[in-house]
Every structure is written in C-alpha cells, then in structure tokens.
Design a protein around this ligand. Structure first.
Ligand SMILES: C[S@@+](CC[C@H](N)C(=O)[O-])C[C@H]1O[C@@H](n2cnc3c(N)ncnc32)[C@H](O)[C@@H]1O
Length: 352
C-alpha cells in the first residue's frame, strides 16, 4: 500500500509556501510502521446502500474522499481485483487507522492525507485521468468525537477547545470562540447550528470572555446550557449540541470543500461511473442537491433565453430523486445514521 502526505488546506498552519506539491512518499507495511494505529471506532453508515450506489467494478478506479476508519474503503477494496482505490482523509489519525485496516489490500489501495477539496490536484499528482466512482461520507467520525482531547464533544468536560479535523490546520475552536466578533458568532451558530438562541449564546460568549478566555469544552458547554431555557431543549438532546456543531463546521470550513469535490469527481468520472454523497446536515445536503441538479441540467443559459446558447449538455443523471435514508434496523443499531441522506448520480456519455 502506498501512502501520500500533503498539506494543502487553506486553513493549514504553515501557509508560507502552499506546499501543494510537497508529497512525502512513504513506504508502508512491515517494519516501517513503528507506532501502533490508534483504536478507531466508527460504524460506517448505510454501507450496503453506498456500495450499491457505486456499482463497484472489480477493475475500476475508485476514490473514497472521506476514508475515516476505512469502513467504506474496505468494502470497496474487497470488491476490486485489478482495480485501485484512492482513500483520502485530512485527519492523520484516520490515515493511520486506514493504513492498518487496508494493509491486506496491498498495492490496490493508496492513502492520501489531504483535503478532498483538492481532488483534481490529487488525481493529477497520482497520474490518474479517469475514475469509475467516488464516495464522500461527510462530517466527523465517531472516533474524532470520542477522542476527548480533540475537543469535539460537548459531553466530556475540560478538553481544550480544538475541534480541528486536521491538526496541521491553524484555526481552532478556541480562536473562533475567543476571537470572532459577536455578530459573526451569532451568524455561525444560527446558520450552521440552526440554533434559535444563537443571539443569546453569542452575547454570553462575548460577555464571558471579557473577564477571561473560554478555554475548555466544559466551560463552553455550561455557558450554552445556562442561556437556553430547559423547556426548549429537544428531548434526548444536549443544549450545547447545535452550538458545538456550528463551531466545528466553521473551524473545519466543512461546507467550502463540498462543491469543488463534487465537480472534480464528476469531471473525472468515466461514462457510467458513479458518485455517492452521504450528508448529515441540511446545509450539506442542500449543496449536494444543488450541484447535482446543475450538473444534471447542463445548460446554464438564463431562463429567459429563447434557445440555448451555452451548448452545455447534462453531465450526470440522478440515480434517486429523493435522498436515500437509513432503514429501521440500522437506526436501531447506529443513532448517527438518523440524519444521514445519500444522493447518487451516474456520469453520462458524450458530455462537454
Ligand atoms: C464520517 S467520517 C468517514 C467514515 C468512513 N466512511 C468510515 O467508514 O470509516 C468522515 C471523515 O472524513 C474526513 N473529512 C472530513 N472533511 C474532509 C475533507 N474536507 N477532506 C478530507 N477528509 C475529510 C474526516 O476527517 C473523517 O475522518
């Protein structure tokens, strides 16, 4: 198995040299893997549905843009004989976990430590022109949430406010909570967290940090809890859940990379190739739905033009009008699947 490391995230700490070409080829396997892989717990969501949607060909080239613990990746790799799988993740712990889990597939799998928004570049660097399928399983993994010191969890107190998926990135939850203007905090918490008490929460954050910075997840969680009326909290939910989700989305720029990744994947698909995107948030799903609709429509002429002058043809056909959701059985085993929506499309022949 080959592994490529690069750091091209615009939020990355070392922004001095756009190290997009700074690949470190690392031989993996055998004695060279010195440190043990972290235990990585994540149940892949809607696994059979994703694999069906991809319609994996044994000799095809596939991309898993969000490798995580390698659950979806290994199901794809198992179906390959002569084909190849490129598994990408921005989190080095995920790459380490995949290195172990996908080792049995040997040269069939290439691991890439990068942001999927750079997909076009990644494929170019690997010398891959066309692919047969791409999967994106958006958001955070259970492993990231459950690893206390990474600061994603509103339940575990006293972890530093971090929330970076990629530890090479510079912006942390501490910077957002202690540095953003009240209005910006309000907007983020309202839009990304769909939190109706966003204004109150933002005001309390600003007031609290005037005395001293908010340093831990526990402090932030208690602060949010103190301003939300108990009666307004959804049953079974935590008052800080929406605020933490919003800050996490901002820290990781989670919505920014979706459109470029889908466009790059669709651009690289061979005719008949498939793309499948699993979302967990209405804003993510809205982006996927819109970009798929645009690519399926083709023509970009203003609606009042009597005839098409752009000449663009549909690039993909949608495989499902409505998103596929998890079945009862999966929901009973994996609560994370509750908000999951799967959209898939197939590349059409003879596009622009
Ligand atoms: C829901 S988990 C994927 C789980 C995986 N499908 C599995 O079966 O284990 C999402 C993963 O995507 C990664 N991720 C999120 N945004 C990313 C991005 N823009 N580029 C690359 N990886 C990303 C996260 O670090 C996380 O490991």
């Amino acid at each position: 198995m080959e592994a490529l490391e690069k750091n091209t995230n615009p939020r990355a700490g070392d922004e001095t040299a756009h190290p997009a070409r700074d690949y470190r080829n690392r031989q993996v396997g055998g004695a060279e893997v010195s440190e043990p892989a972290p235990v990585f717990s994540h149940l892949p969501v809607m696994l059979p549905e994703c694999i069906d949607a991809l319609n994996v060909r044994p000799d095809g080239i596939y991309v898993d843009g969000t490798a995580g613990g390698g659950g979806h990746s290994s199901a794809i790799a198992e179906r390959l004989t002569g084909g190849r799988l490129i598994s990408i993740d921005r989190d080095s712990e995920a790459i380490e976990a995949c290195r172990q889990r996908l080792m049995p597939f040997g040269e069939r799998v290439t691991l890439v430590h990068d942001n999927y928004r750079n997909l076009e570049c990644i494929l170019g660097e690997l010398g891959i022109g066309k692919i047969d399928g791409a999967l994106f399983d958006l958001g955070v993994s259970s492993h990231q949430i459950d690893t206390e010191e990474r600061g994603f969890s509103y339940i575990r107190p006293d972890a530093p406010l971090d929330m970076r998926m990629s530890r090479e990135d510079r912006l942390t939850a501490y910077d957002v909570v202690n540095g953003y203007a009240e209005e910006e905090l309000r907007r983020i918490i309202f839009e990304y967290g769909e939190e109706k008490f966003a204004a109150r929460i933002a005001a309390r954050i600003v007031k609290t940090r005037e005395a001293s910075p908010i340093k831990t997840t526990g402090e932030l969680s208690e602060l949010v809890k103190s301003v939300i009326p108990a009666a307004s909290v959804e049953r079974g939910s935590h008052p800080a859940k929406r605020t933490f989700q919003a800050i996490r989305i901002e820290v990781n720029g989670e919505l920014d990379g979706i459109e470029p990744a889908i466009r790059a994947a669709c651009g690289a698909l061979s005719p008949g190739g498939r793309i499948a995107v699993l979302t967990f948030h209405s804003l993510e799903d809205r982006i996927v739905k819109r970009v798929f609709a645009e690519l399926a429509k083709g023509c970009v002429c203003p609606p009042d033009f009597p005839v098409c002058v752009c000449g663009r043809k549909p690039e993909i056909k949608l495989l499902n009008k409505k998103p596929i959701v998890a079945g009862e059985k999966e929901l009973s085993l994996n609560p994370r699947a509750k908000s999951a929506k799967l959209r898939a499309a197939e590349k059409l022949p003879n596009t622009l």
